[in-house]
Ligand binder design. Structure first.
Ligand code: MOS
Length: 694
C-alpha cells in the first residue's frame, strides 16, 4: 500500500452522528446498561440538613430487609486518601463517608447495597438518621462578611487606567446590580456507574465527561497507580459540566465493590442529581460603566460575587468578558467568592461567561438607553483593536461580522429603539441583542492511529462524546489528516486505557483531541512507506503546546432575540432567536449548529425559567425535580437559527476553536434586553419570572 492520496473534505461536511443508529435502536450501552455478572446495587442516602454532624445512623431495620448486603457509612467505609483533589488542590467534596460532618444538604452520608435496586431503595428508606444540627449560612450576597477575592488561577484581575477619574469624566454612568440564581445541569442521563475490582485493578463504566481524569482522581483516592484504574464512558447522556468531576456514583461504587467483593451499580435519582452532584453557583454582580455623550466607553468596572463551598476552591469566572469585549481607558475586575454551606459548585455550560455576560451586556444596553443610542451602534463604536487589558493582538476577532450579518438577517435596521413601541393586540413586542466572547485553546492529549492490514485506520483517543457528536467530528479530522475518506476510519474513545486526554469541557475537547490526532496522523504517514501492517503511530501534545500568552484566542457571538410580553399575565415568550458565531473553522456544520441551537435554548432557559430554590430554614432545594425546576425545550422558541461567519483560528494547527459553550453564554442578556424593549422595564434578576415582569 502506498501513502494515502490526500482526499480532503471530510472537515466541513454536514455528516450526522455515526453512533446515531446505535442510540435510536437502544444498542448503545450507557453506564447503567452494561451487563455485568453477579451485580449488586447501591442506593445513595443523602443528608437532609445543611450543616452539622451525624448523631446516629440506625441500620437495624434496614439490614434485616430482604436482599440487603450492607450499609456503608463513615463508621465502616474504606478510608480514602485525603490529598486527592482537582486542579486547585485537595477537594473535600470527594471525601465521601470519611467523617461525621455534614457540610451541605444533599451530601451522601450512607450507601445501602442490596441484590436489587428496589431492595436497596427500600432499605435506604428504612435507615434512621439523626443529626446534631448546626446553624447554616445560605445568605448569598456581594456584601457577605465572609466574602473574599476569588482565585486568580485562571488569570489576573484587570486594573487599567484611572477608573474613578474616567467615571467622573463620563456623561453617563450606569451602576447596577445583576443577579443570577443557583442552577442545575440536569443532564438527561442521571449520574450512574457500574464498578468492580479484579485482581487489584479497579474497573468502572461511568457517566462522565472525561474518563482519563476520572481514572486519575480514583487512583489518587485509592493511592494506586493510575494504570490500574480502568474507566470507560462510551456513551454519555449529557453533562453540561455536571459530569466533569469524579462523581459520587463512581467513588461510592468503588468503595462498596471493595467492601462486598461484588460489582456494584449506582444510579442517582433525579433529586440526587440536583442535590448531590454539582450546581452553577448564584451570582450577585455590580457593574459600573461610564460613557461619553458620543457613546465612547470610558470605564468598565465589573465586580461579581459567586457562592462556593469551603470544601473546594472554585472559580465562576464572570469577569473575562469585561476584559475582552470593549475598548475603554479604564477597566477593573474584582471577582469575589462567598463561602456558604451549599453544594460545591462546578462549571455549568459557559461557566462564568454565562452569568457574567448577562450582567455586562445588560449594563451596556442600559448605557445605550441612557444615551439614546442604538445598542448595536454603541457596540460597534467600542470595538477594541487589541486585547483591552492584555494589549495582545487578537488571533481572530470576527465579532463585527457577527453583529453586522446578524443584524442584516434579523432585520435590526427596521427597529424603533424606543421601548413599548411595538404592540400586537394585547401583547408587547420587543427585540434585543447581546454579544459575548469565550476563551478558546487546547490542553494536552494523546492519540494513536493504526494503519490496519485491510487499508482501514483505527484512531484511539481518550475523548468523550457527551452527546455533542465528538466521535463524528474527530473521525472527519482524522480522515483529512490521513488523506482518506471518513468511511475508512474507525474511532475508539471514552476509555482511560487509551491514554492521557483532556475531557469534554472548557470548550477545549475537540481542539485538544484533534491536535493529538493530527500529530499522530503525521507520524503515521511517515511510517507508511514500508510494507508492514498493522503499523501504529502515537502522539502526545504535552510538549507542543505553548502557554505563553501571545495572542487573545477567543470565540465570539452576537445573539438577537424577539420576545412578546403579555402585560396581563407577565408571560414572556421568545418568538425568534438568531445567533451568529465566529468559532474558527467549523468541522461539521450540522453538529455545530445543533450544539449552538441547544446552547441558545439553554440560555433561554436561564433567562426565563431555571432557578434552584432553597428553603432558607433547612437549606434544602425545594424544587429538586423537573416538575419544579423548569427547563425550556425546542417548543419554547418557534424560530431559532445559529450560523457561522467565515473564520479560521491561526493558532490551531487545523484552524479550529471550541464551540461547546458560547451558544449558552450570550443568550440571556439578548432576551433580557428584548424584554426591556417590549416593556420599558429592566430585568436585572434572572429568571425573568411572571412576578418580576408584572
Ligand atoms: Mo463545560 S461547563 O466545561 O462542560
Amino acid at each position: 500500500m502506498s501513502t494515502p492520496t490526500p482526499a480532503p473534505g471530510a472537515v466541513g461536511a454536514p455528516r450526522p452522528r455515526i453512533e446515531g443508529p446505535l442510540k435510536v435502536t437502544g444498542t448503545a450501552r450507557y453506564a447503567a446498561d452494561v451487563p455485568v455478572p453477579d451485580l449488586a446495587h447501591g442506593w445513595l442516602v443523602t443528608a437532609s440538613v445543611s450543616r452539622g454532624r451525624i448523631r446516629d445512623i440506625d441500620a437495624t431495620t434496614a439490614l434485616a430487609l430482604p436482599g440487603v448486603l450492607g450499609v456503608l457509612d463513615h463508621r465502616n467505609a474504606p478510608r480514602l486518601n485525603p490529598a486527592a483533589g482537582n486542579y486547585f488542590g485537595p477537594d473535600g467534596s470527594l471525601q465521601l463517608l470519611q467523617d461525621d460532618v455534614v457540610p451541605y444538604a444533599g451530601r451522601p452520608v450512607a450507601l445501602v447495597v442490596a441484590e436489587t435496586s428496589e431492595q436497596a431503595r427500600a432499605a435506604a428508606a428504612a435507615l434512621r438518621l439523626s443529626y446534631h444540627v448546626e446553624p447554616h449560612d445560605l445568605d448569598f450576597r456581594l456584601e457577605h462578611p465572609a466574602a473574599r477575592p476569588g482565585s486568580t488561577a485562571f488569570g489576573p484581575e484587570a486594573d487599567t487606567g484611572d477608573l474613578d477619574a474616567e467615571l467622573a469624566a463620563s456623561t453617563v454612568v450606569v451602576e447596577e446590580r445583576y443577579r443570577t440564581p443557583e442552577e442545575s445541569h440536569t443532564a438527561l442521563e442521571p449520574h450512574a456507574a457500574t464498578v468492580w475490582w479484579h485482581e487489584g485493578d479497579l474497573y468502572a463504566v461511568d457517566s462522565n465527561q472525561g474518563a482519563f481524569s476520572v481514572s486519575e482522581v480514583l487512583a489518587a483516592l485509592w493511592s494506586m497507580d493510575r494504570e490500574r484504574v480502568h474507566v470507560r464512558s462510551e456513551h454519555v447522556g449529557g453533562g453540561f459540566g455536571g459530569k466533569g468531576a469524579c462523581g459520587p456514583q463512581v467513588i461510592l461504587g468503588s468503595m462498596a465493590s471493595a467492601r462486598y467483593g461484588r460489582p456494584v451499580r449506582i444510579v442517582l435519582t433525579r433529586a440526587q442529581v440536583f442535590e448531590a452532584t454539582a450546581s452553577r453557583p448564584p451570582t450577585d454582580q455590580l457593574v459600573r460603566i461610564g460613557a461619553d455623550a458620543d457613546g465612547r466607553l470610558r470605564a468598565i468596572h465589573h465586580r461579581p460575587a459567586y457562592a462556593l463551598s469551603p470544601l473546594a476552591e472554585y472559580i465562576e469566572w464572570c469577569t473575562e468578558q469585561a476584559k475582552i469585549l470593549y475598548a475603554a481607558p479604564a477597566i477593573r475586575t474584582q471577582l469575589t467568592a462567598v463561602p456558604l454551606d451549599i453544594l460545591p459548585p462546578a462549571s455549568m455550560r459557559g461557566p462564568g461567561a454565562t452569568p457574567g455576560s448577562f450582567a455586562l451586556e445588560s449594563a451596556v444596553d442600559e448605557v445605550a438607553e441612557r444615551l439614546g443610542l442604538d445598542p448595536l451602534e454603541l457596540r460597534l463604536r467600542n470595538q477594541p483593536t487589541v486585547g483591552p487589558v492584555s494589549g495582545l493582538p487578537f488571533s481572530s476577532r470576527r465579532l463585527v461580522s457577527c453583529l453586522r450579518e446578524g443584524a442584516r438577517r434579523f432585520g435590526w435596521a427596521a427597529r424603533d429603539r424606543r421601548p413599548r413601541s411595538r404592540r400586537e393586540g394585547p401583547l408587547l413586542v420587543g427585540t434585543g441583542l447581546a454579544t459575548t466572547s469565550f476563551s478558546a485553546g487546547v490542553f494536552p492529549s494523546t492519540a494513536s492511529i493504526t494503519a490496519e492490514a485491510d487499508g482501514t485506520f483505527t484512531v484511539a483517543v481518550g475523548a468523550s462524546d457527551i452527546g455533542t457528536g465528538a466521535r463524528t467530528a474527530l473521525t472527519a479530522v482524522a480522515a483529512d489528516a490521513l488523506g482518506v475518506g471518513p468511511e475508512q476510519v474507525r474511532i475508539r474513545i471514552g476509555d482511560s486505557d487509551l491514554g492521557m486526554a483532556w475531557g469534554a469541557g472548557g470548550s477545549r475537547g475537540t481542539t485538544s483531541w484533534s491536535f493529538a490526532i493530527v500529530e499522530a496522523a503525521g507520524k503515521l504517514r511517515e511510517k507508511l512507506d514500508g510494507p508492514d501492517r498493522p503499523v501504529t503511530a502515537t502522539a502526545d501534545t504535552t510538549a507542543l503546546i505553548d502557554y505563553r500568552p501571545q495572542r487573545e484566542r477567543q470565540t465570539f457571538s452576537a445573539v438577537f432575540a424577539e420576545v412578546t410580553v403579555d402585560p396581563a399575565t407577565g408571560e414572556v415568550r421568545v418568538r425568534r432567536l438568531l445567533g451568529m458565531f465566529a468559532v474558527g473553522r467549523v468541522i461539521n456544520p450540522l453538529l455545530a449548529r445543533g450544539q449552538l441551537v441547544g446552547g441558545m435554548i439553554m440560555g433561554l432557559s436561564m433567562a426565563l425559567h431555571e432557578e434552584s430554590v432553597r428553603d432558607p430554614r433547612t437549606g434544602r432545594q425545594a424544587n429538586a425535580d423537573l416538575a419544579g425546576y423548569h427547563i425550556a425545550s425546542h417548543a419554547d422558541v418557534p424560530e431559532i437559527e445559529a450560523d457561522f461567519v467565515p473564520d479560521y483560528e491561526p493558532q490551531d494547527p487545523s484552524g479550529f476553536n471550541g464551540l461547546g459553550e458560547i451558544g449558552t453564554a450570550g443568550t440571556a442578556a439578548a432576551i433580557a434586553n428584548a424584554v426591556w424593549h417590549a416593556t420599558g422595564t429592566r430585568q436585572r434578576t434572572l429568571p425573568i419570572r411572571l412576578d418580576r415582569v408584572l
